[in-house]
Design a protein around this ligand. Structure first.
Ligand code: AMP
Length: 573
């Protein structure tokens, strides 16, 4: 028998560790250092058996991924001695590679699976208290990424793949009453298009059992329902005949789906008629999944632009934003699920890693550090910091590259809001526009597009320095044919919506050239997604890169070769 999930007990434990956050942090650090003190990297810093925060932070430097890469590479190449951790690392995580254009290698071990389960249980306990669910299933748009072996024989895949493959994951999902409605063969299929189709089919077959719809990041939920709009008739036909569409060719998926798919003309008619009755797919989710209690996934940061569409599909079904983490490990749980996604905060779990916070200064991600990081319980409300992580899998004082803002405290642990990736910044000279600034500017301009009943499906940006002066390029994929007049207006609006003083003054004196809006062929972002998945990412971890640097050649090339129209701003001219 599975252990019954006890929300109150989980919440009690969370309250206790967060009340003693400072002490728990010191104990967590001690545990990490004790377990790993034989590692070559830690020996180098002569901790001399002293595992307290003071000795640690004065002996071990703050580093970036670049600094640790030679060590990680040696692990991946099969080093048979403790390099970063006491116990050997047997698995490598591939980060999604959104920022740099190619996935980063990050060490992974069982402790990270454990902390993942802890954060899942914690936020679920709070969610379940506010939004109780019954026994049933989850329609989870989750996908195993491609896995490969490194030169040294280590398995490498995305963090979520490592988690989904673990036995603890299934155990936890069963305990929190939401096993995935799709068979494993669908989750781990070698082709995510086929996998997605079958997730949708399973969701419909079990439509009355679905309690929750989820994914890691909200993008994949929106993407999945956009696909639903295209394939619903085929899905209905499969259900009617009990035969899986020929589009699914992977034998293992076909065999697994044959076990759940039986002819059901009644259900097919029901779904077909419901689809016909929907106006522009509004309230698709409550219509198809009448018992769905909420939609769950990360909806903050670069996911915010998808909220509008998600709300359109969700109707009255609440949107609950997920936790905050990365391939390098989890950081905080959303323990206030009642807050709208835009206001989500993350309470840092003080026993899943040792956390420091680097006050923001004017330096680049790779630049020298001018300020000293402060400890978890020493952060100031209202201030912004870059997160620095020490985890159980060989990362020591590692700059994550994310900017967070301290909103308050839950007991003694800070509640953070995600602000942006630190180096995803549009800058030519004295201007500085973050991912968030870009999002706001796109939102403002998209309102003009709405007058033609069109929407921005996705967007990204690029700094074009190929001619003098350099200028911002914004790429848009639009849901239909917009008129030239409105796109021209959108372009002007984008330009004037960047209100950063550095940008405005540079534009006025033409030190930055007119902003350019380039409209993309339909399906361009799908090509970008395909590219990332081919590199080893997974659909559920995909984040559209919001600023594409020249280093990200392939994506830039996909963008530039799919431009159908372009407009130049006349705002300052
Ligand atoms: P990856 O490890 O490649 O899957 O990406 C991890 C990154 O995703 C983090 O460093 C953040 O930039 C972003 N991220 C993760 N969780 C959240 C969240 N809850 N809100 C906003 N951004 C997030």
């Amino acid at each position: 028998m599975e252990n019954k999930f006890d929300s109150e007990k989980v919440i009690e434990e969370f309250e206790s560790i967060t009340k003693n956050a400072k002490k728990v942090q010191a104990e967590t650090l001690k545990k990490i250092l004790k377990e790993n003190c034989e590692a070559e990297y830690l020996k180098k810093w002569n901790l001399d058996g002293k595992f307290d925060p003071q000795t640690y932070t004065s002996s071990v430097p703050v580093v970036t991924h670049k600094d640790l890469l030679p060590y990680i590479q040696r692990i991946a190449d099969g080093a048979n001695y403790p390099v970063l951790t006491g116990k050997p690392i047997t698995t490598i995580t591939l980060s999604s590679g959104t920022t740099q254009g190619k996935p980063k290698f990050v060490p992974y071990n069982d402790e990270l699976t454990e902390t993942t389960m802890q954060i899942y249980r914690t936020s679920f306990a709070f969610r379940n208290r506010a939004f109780p669910i019954g026994n049933g299933k989850a329609l989870s748009f989750i996908f195993g990424s491609k896995q490969f072996t490194t030169k040294g024989g280590l398995l490498a895949g995305t963090a979520t793949t490592n988690v989904y493959r673990s036995s603890q994951f299934k155990k936890t999902m069963r305990a929190i009453q939401t096993p995935c409605c799709s068979p494993d063969e669908v989750i781990f299929a070698p082709d995510f298009h086929q996998s997605l189709y079958c997730h949708l089919l399973c969701g419909l077959i079990y439509h009355e059992d679905i309690q929750v719809i989820s994914s890691t990041f909200a993008h994949s939920i929106v993407h999945s329902f956009r696909i639903f709009e295209l394939v619903w008739e085929e899905l209905c036909s499969d259900i009617r005949k009990g035969v899986l569409s020929a589009r699914v060719t992977v034998p293992s998926i076909r065999t697994a789906m044959a076990r759940v798919l039986t002819p059901n003309p009644e259900l097919a008619d029901k779904i077909y008629n419901k689809c016909l009755g929907l106006v522009e797919w509004n309230r698709l989710i409550p219509e198809m999944f009448p018992n769905c209690k909420y939609i769950y996934g990360i909806m903050t940061g670069s996911m915010e632009p998808y909220l509008k569409k998600l709300r359109h599909y969700a109707g009255e079904v609440p949107l609950l934003s997920g936790d905050y983490g990365s391939s390098e490990g989890w950081i905080g749980a959303n323990v206030n699920p009642n807050l709208p996604p835009e206001m989500t905060t993350f309470a840092v779990l003080p026993d899943i890693g040792y956390f420091e916070f680097l006050p923001l200064t004017e330096v680049d991600l790779d630049g020298p550090i001018e300020s000293k990081p402060v400890g978890l319980t020493d952060v100031q409300i209202g201030e912004e910091y870059e997160v620095v992580v020490t985890n159980f899998a060989g990362l020591y004082r590692y700059r994550l590259g994310d900017v967070v803002k301290v909103i308050g405290f839950h007991n003694a642990t800070p509640e953070l809001q995600f602000v942006c990736r630190r180096n995803l910044m549009l800058t030519i000279n004295i201007d500085k526009n973050t991912e968030k600034d870009l999002q706001l500017s796109v939102e403002a301009a998209a309102k003009l597009l709405a007058t033609e009943k069109l929407e921005v499906l996705d967007f990204t940006s690029h700094i074009d320095l190929s001619s003098e002066p350099g200028h911002y390029v914004i790429f848009w994929e639009v849901s239909g044919e917009a008129s030239d007049a409105v796109l021209k207006e959108c372009c002007n609006c984008l330009d004037k919506s960047f209100v950063d003083a550095g940008y405005v003054s540079s534009r006025k004196v033409n030190a930055i050239g007119p902003l350019e809006l380039r409209v993309l062929k339909r399906g361009t972002f799908q090509k970008i997604l395909d590219h990332y998945v081919a590199q080893g990412s997974a659909l559920n971890q995909f984040k559209t890169p919001r600023c594409v640097s020249p280093a990200n050649q392939t994506v830039l090339q996909i963008l530039c070769s799919n431009v159908v129209k372009s407009y130049v701003s006349t705002t300052f001219g």
